[in-house]
Design a protein around this ligand. Structure first.
Ligand code: ADP
Ligand code: GLC
Length: 481
């Protein structure tokens, strides 16, 4: 019988997505099915989720869940087994799952995600009348309170796994909320959810989970240090034996240049002819000089200081001086949006920016750009460099977190050994990024070297196959079978 796992998350592609968390939560269940693991995913019932899930079966009811009634609906969508927490007073709001139209966090986020954790714990104890899971897998802080509700609640208590996708988001709320969460007083201590005087949702997960994973081996080391752990390094260091890094994959069916319906032309390793048509379409769509065929750098990113794109803005004179152009799609912090808008206005035909979120354009960018830039200050794993490898765009990345683990730098030894797939730079600062851009341009000028980078990249296994096996092994070890 397949091992039953309850995944708990606030995003899941293609139902609701703000970043890579959704991609992982959406792709992992399918990959795990091949390892005889049956994942059911508990998600908040945002309007987008309710609409796509269609009719389901109500499997549990709560008369009062932080200010209103709620039900749990079992449904299937996009091949995923879902449990949807339908609590209109908490989730029936348009747009982004975390922030309101004013750009600020919803003021009741503490309750919105406490509800997710509480209901996860109830389901794990059999509330939904479903077979109780052997493992509860919590993703990021939004799911974290499930660990406390399980730890302070009655038996049965399945084993728990907490995965850190980004430790910068910790879910800290003021102590005055503690009394309203329905946890005993004993929970509000250092041996519970108390964190820097308030309630810590990620802290709850990391304190109580049987195993802690994060999304790359290098990030698993970085978060044990003060710079990387951002306040949680002490707790994590104390539990270092339970912490491991399991590299993300991507859904290689969604991201497949040989079949991708979003591209104007398709191509595959060994025959990149279709790539030229994609590059032409990309340059046209981003307003880059159609008469030129310059080295085209691409960026697909949230615009946040994590991603180091302010450094890219700073070194644009160097990039343009290399006879290269830039196409960027991104959305996020306003200061970065205006910085790139301004750059596009200053350098028409050389810098093209689309400010917004657009899956179709993300695919076109991976297929049409020669190189993809990821200059992150920290990067737990990063998925865009994996897409780049698969699409024959050469990743140029900061040597941090998962970027360090997934791109093989074109240093002289790697070039001689024939295994290089991209360019890495360190430290994450403007001079090192400039040097990386110069190295990329020199490699691009050497057609044989560039073709080898593309070939090696496209031959890299970026699928979930290996990592799903590692998760399945971890679950089985915990479940004791
Ligand atoms: P993060 O989760 O930190 O944002 P990842 O690299 O792990 O970074 O995942 C980002 C995901 O979001 C990828 O699937 C990427 O293609 C997608 N993405 C990011 N920005 C955009 C955008 N502006 N438009 C479309 N897709 C985007
Ligand atoms: C986070 C991280 C990113 C990672 C993604 C999925 O958003 O910032 O590096 O790839 O989660 O795990």
């Amino acid at each position: 019988m397949p091992l039953p796992v309850l995944a708990v998350a606030s995003e899941c592609y293609p139902l609701i997505k703000t970043g890579g968390l959704a991609d992982v939560v959406g792709a992992l269940p399918r990959a795990l099915a091949a390892h005889d693991v049956a994942v059911t995913t508990l998600l908040p019932g945002y309007p987008q989720v309710m609409a796509q899930a269609g009719a389901g079966e109500t499997v549990a009811r709560f008369d009062e869940l932080f200010g209103g009634p709620a039900t749990v609906v079992a449904a299937e969508a996009h091949g995923l087994d879902l449990l949807i927490l339908d609590a209109p007073h908490l989730y029936d709001r348009p747009g982004n799952p975390y922030v309101g139209p004013d750009g600020k966090d919803w003021p009741d986020n503490a309750f919105r995600f406490a509800a997710l954790g509480k209901v996860a714990a109830e389901i794990a104890r059999g509330a939904a009348g479903l077979p109780t899971p052997q493992i509860v897998h919590m993703h990021d802080w939004q799911a974290g309170l499930a660990a406390a509700y399980l730890a302070f609640g009655p038996e049965p208590r399945p084993k728990t796994v907490a995965t850190i996708h980004n430790i910068a988001f910790q879910g800290w709320f003021p102590p005055s909320l503690a009394a309203q969460l329905g946890l005993p007083d004993a929970a509000m201590t250092i041996d519970g959810v108390e964190y820097y005087g308030g309630v810590g949702y990620l802290k709850s997960a990391l304190y109580f989970a049987d195993r802690i994973t994060t999304v790359s081996p290098t990030y698993a080391c970085e978060i044990l240090e003060p710079d990387g752990g951002i306040g949680l390094d002490g707790l994590l260091s104390g539990r270092a034996a339970t912490v491991s890094g399991i590299l993300n994959g991507i859904d290689v069916d969604v991201w497949n240049p040989a079949t991708d319906p979003r591209l104007p032309a398709r191509y595959q390793a060994g025959d990149l002819a279709g790539r030229s048509a994609c590059k032409r379409a990309l340059r046209e769509r981003f307003g880059l000089d159609p008469t030129a065929d310059r080295l085209t750098f691409g960026v697909v990113s949230r615009l946040s200081s994590q991603k180091g794109l302010d450094l890219l803005a700073e070194v644009m004179p160097t990039l343009l001086g290399l006879d290269a152009d830039l196409a960027l799609i991104g959305a996020g912090e306003l200061w970065l949006e205006s910085r790139f808008r301004a750059l596009a206005l200053e350098k028409p035909g050389r810098v093209g920016c689309v400010i917004g979120y657009d899956e179709d354009l993300a695919h076109l960018l991976q297929a049409g750009a020669d190189a993809i830039l990821v200059p992150s200050r920290f990067e737990p794993c990063g998925l865009t460099q994996l897409c780049a490898l698969r699409y024959g765009a050469v990743p140029v990345v900061a040597r941090v977190g998962g970027l360090a683990d997934t791109v093989i730098d074109a240093n002289p030894m790697a070039l001689a050994a024939g295994c290089a797939t991209g360019v890495q730079f360190s430290p994450v600062a403007a001079p090192a990024l400039e040097a990386a851009l110069r190295r990329a341009a020199a490699l691009y000028a050497d057609k044989t070297a560039w073709a080898a980078l593309q070939r090696n990249g496209m031959a890299t296994d970026v699928s979930w196959e290996a990592s799903a096996g590692v998760y399945a092994g971890l679950y089985r070890q915990l479940a004791g079978n």
